[in-house]
Design a protein around this ligand. Structure first.
Ligand code: ADP
Ligand code: GLC
Length: 475
């Protein structure tokens, strides 16, 4: 089974969020299932720099405004195909945003190029290699089925679109139709038209053979108007081909027993040295309550404005908070201001090593998201015995067993969930957290249960492999 994974991010080369972790982890997870996966990526500076002795496997004299080469190379165990197109990808700073903090104006063309090359490989193969399946991720790869159709490639290769976040539609003005090599005949309500604009995501939702998303609960939520972001009708229409497959985490990178960034530990008791180190790193005093953590993008999705309002409950009960994040300016500012409290430490920025020290050192990890397709930091928390306190939504609902009296009594609880996603409910959960933390035996049971919960790729890799098998066209 040969699969081409098509994505705009891939750890460890280029990452803005969990999409990169998943795209980077899938090849190894699926190799164990007998799947050979190559990954097609844009040639951003960070990706180009990582390539050693790449092989030129094809050239494109005219790829959305300039010439390009397709390069093949192995980096960090990943079998990569990289689009070297300087006019589209050789830019400093963020991969999605220009220096003004807004989307690059030619983002539609940049990721159309990614989808175009993927469709071409799906239709004709490349350098003697053929894909059975094109596994497309998010809107950046959404146009693949549409281009495949135009190239006469439909039926030669199976197509799967994974929705990591339906909030990003990949919209373009219809005057770009020709520039994006799209057929105006398919610019309809049943096609890729969305409220008078071209939607790359919708093109994928209507055109891919199968759709997946990154948790079963999010798969169901996407069909409701509260979560579907205007695409719930499309999701309902395609209900029969949708599945939810929960993400795993990289259990080598996130292993408290061997993590080089921390004082390694195997039991909750031995974790405490990391808490002391974290307090020292951030000049936090000792405190009687739980040391809570957040590692997150700072956007509306993540509900961290609600946490700002709920902080008095946590701090009032002797708790503390460390936050590492970056994102929207208003949230960065509000969190910087919150850090005036001596029990609140805030680091605005992106820091992989620090994220490990925080997850290891904290007692609890907070994820109060308004919606969360899967979420990874609560999974890191489970593995590190750092009790997750999460909103009851998406993947957060699927990965945490809340400490209700019944779940505590039968000894299965791994964290806390709250609902609805409001300041009041979050404050209630934080208060409950402080109660549990004050009962050392109960607390340790929670931590031990959390550390035992499977969070690896095993079952999900099997689910993807079975889906690929099911989606291969009968040639
Ligand atoms: P999303 O993809 O919506 O941002 P996820 O929980 O799926 O949410 O994944 C976020 C990933 O990015 C995790 O690996 C998390 O540790 C990492 N991350 C987020 N913010 C930071 C940061 N400021 N520094 C380091 N890692 C971060
Ligand atoms: C998206 C989602 C997040 C998910 C990640 C990886 O960024 O916001 O919930 O974990 O993709 O699938």
């Amino acid at each position: 089974m040969q699969v081409l994974s098509v994505a705009s991010e891939c750890a460890p080369l280029v990452k803005t969020g969990g999409l990169a972790d998943v795209v980077g982890a899938l090849p190894a997870a699926l190799a164990a299932q007998g799947v050979t996966m190559r990954t097609l990526l844009p040639g951003y500076p960070a990706v180009m720099k990582a390539l050693k002795d790449p092989k030129v496997v094809s050239t494109e004299p005219a790829l959305f405004g300039g010439s390009a080469r397709l390069l093949a190379a192995t980096v960090a165990g990943l079998d990569l195909l990289v689009i070297d197109a300087p006019h589209l990808f050789d830019r400093p700073g963020s991969i999605y945003l220009g220096p003004d903090g807004r989307d690059w104006p030619d983002n539609p063309e940049r990721f159309a190029a990614l989808s175009w090359i993927a469709a071409k490989i799906g239709s004709n193969g490349i350098d003697g290699w053929r894909a059975d399946i094109l596994h497309c991720h998010d809107w950046q790869a959404g146009l693949v089925p549409e281009y495949l159709h135009g190239m006469g490639g439909t039926g030669k290769v199976g197509t799967i679109l994974t929705i990591h976040n339906i909030a990003f539609h990949g919209l373009a003005d219809p005057h770009k139709m020709a520039a994006l090599k799209l057929s105006p005949y398919r610019y309809t309500a049943d096609g890729f038209e969305f409220w008078g604009r071209i939607s790359a995501l919708k093109a994928g939702l209507v055109g891919a053979d199968r759709l997946t998303t990154v948790s079963p609960t999010y798969a169901a939520e996407l069909m409701t108007d509260a979560f579907g972001m205007g695409l719930d009708g499309v999701m309902r229409a395609r209900r029969g081909v949708v599945s939810g497959i929960i993400n795993g985490i990289d259990e080598v990178v996130w292993n408290p027993a061997t993590d080089p960034a921390i004082a390694p530990y195997k039991t909750p008791k031995d974790k405490l040295k990391n808490r002391a180190d974290l307090r020292a790193e951030f000049d936090l005093p000792d405190a009687p309550g739980p040391l809570c953590a957040v590692v997150s993008r700072l956007t509306e999705q993540k509900g961290l404005d609600l946490l700002l309002e709920a902080l008095p409950t946590l701090i009032g009960r002797g708790g503390q908070l460390v936050l590492l994040g970056s994102g929207d300016a208003w949230l960065e500012q509000a969190w910087r201001a919150a850090a005036r409290d001596p029990n609140i430490a805030v680091r605005i920025g992106y820091d992989e090593g620090l994220s490990h020290r925080i997850i290891a050192g904290a007692d609890a990890i907070l994820v109060p998201s308004r919606f969360e397709p899967c979420g990874l930091t609560q999974l890191y928390g489970l593995r590190y015995g750092t009790v997750p306190v999460v909103a009851l939504t998406g993947g957060l609902a699927d990965t945490v067993i809340s400490a209700s009296p019944a779940a505590l009594a039968v000894g299965v609880a791994t964290g806390l969930q709250f609902h609805p996603v409001t300041t009041d409910a979050l404050s209630g959960a934080l208060s409950h957290l402080c109660d549990l933390f004050a009962q050392p035996e109960t607390w340790q049971t929670l931590q031990t249960n959390a550390m035992r919960q499977p969070v690896g790729w095993g079952p999900s890799a099997r689910a993807y492999a079975a889906l690929y098998q099911d989606t291969i066209p009968k040639r």
